[in-house]
Design a binder for this molecule. Structure first.
Ligand SMILES: Cc1cc2nc3c(=O)[nH]c(=O)nc-3n(C[C@H](O)[C@H](O)[C@H](O)COP(=O)(O)O)c2cc1C
Length: 192
């Protein structure tokens, strides 16, 4: 998908520019070993005190859990996310294991793990799409998440790519639209 690969201002590595948030997923399944590779890649993210606060609930297409995850998504995500090969529910463990104190870096570290997973995936030609559009209370209930222990980070859809034309509108147009970013000088400031 050439249109999704950005022309960067600076020589950003293709390992990074290759990742984008896809919606058109092919029937081709993700194997057990590919899935394990993705989860292990996530685990190599850095984390405060090496706490590794990430936890993934995994649902494969065709399973009852997969349908339960689809049902938890908002209507804008359901039409395309239902075609993913795998749906993940990314959770953050809220407290440090060693002393039970709140880990205020947990969500930061889980975000880093999610991105590491998606970078590994894109470089295996598996594309992912993080989703914050889900029903929070329904998700907590459906997956019996203990809110004293975990906070939801997001859902992630994963799959091999299908043609953009397989999508209905407005998703097809989004799949064919170039990605954009703020300029380097908008997001950073060199201090004197
Ligand atoms: C935490 C988070 C939540 C998101 N939620 C949604 C979502 O509910 N639905 C959706 O279509 N995209 C969602 N996205 C995808 C973003 O819209 C996307 O990453 C952004 O537009 C940049 O595009 P790119 O990932 O292709 O570079 C989410 C991304 C993140 C990181």
């Amino acid at each position: 998908m050439e249109i999704k690969i950005p022309q960067t201002e600076n020589p950003v590595h293709s390992f990074i520019t290759k990742r984008w948030s896809a919606r058109s997923f092919a029937e081709k399944p993700i194997s057990e070993s590919e899935l394990n590779t993705l989860i292990e890649a996530a685990s190599w993210a850095a984390s405060s005190m090496n706490e590794q606060p990430w936890h993934y609930l995994i649902a494969k297409k065709g399973s009852a859990s997969f349908q339960k995850m689809v049902d938890c998504l908002m209507v804008g995500n359901q039409p395309w996310a239902k075609n993913a090969s795998v749906l993940l529910l990314s959770l953050a463990r809220k407290n440090f294991a060693s002393n039970g104190k709140p880990n205020r870096h947990a969500m930061h570290d889980v975000g880093a793990a999610n991105t590491t997973l998606l970078l590994q995936a894109a470089n295996m030609d598996i594309y992912g799409h993080m989703m914050g559009g889900y029903h929070h209370d329904a998700t907590i209930e459906a997956f019996e998440i203990d809110e004293n222990e975990f906070e939801i980070s997001c859902f992630i859809a994963l799959g091999y790519l299908d043609a953009p034309e397989a999508l209905e509108e407005p998703f097809k147009t989004r799949e064919l639209t170039a990605r954009s970013r703020k300029a380097v000088n908008e997001i950073s400031a060199v201090l004197p």
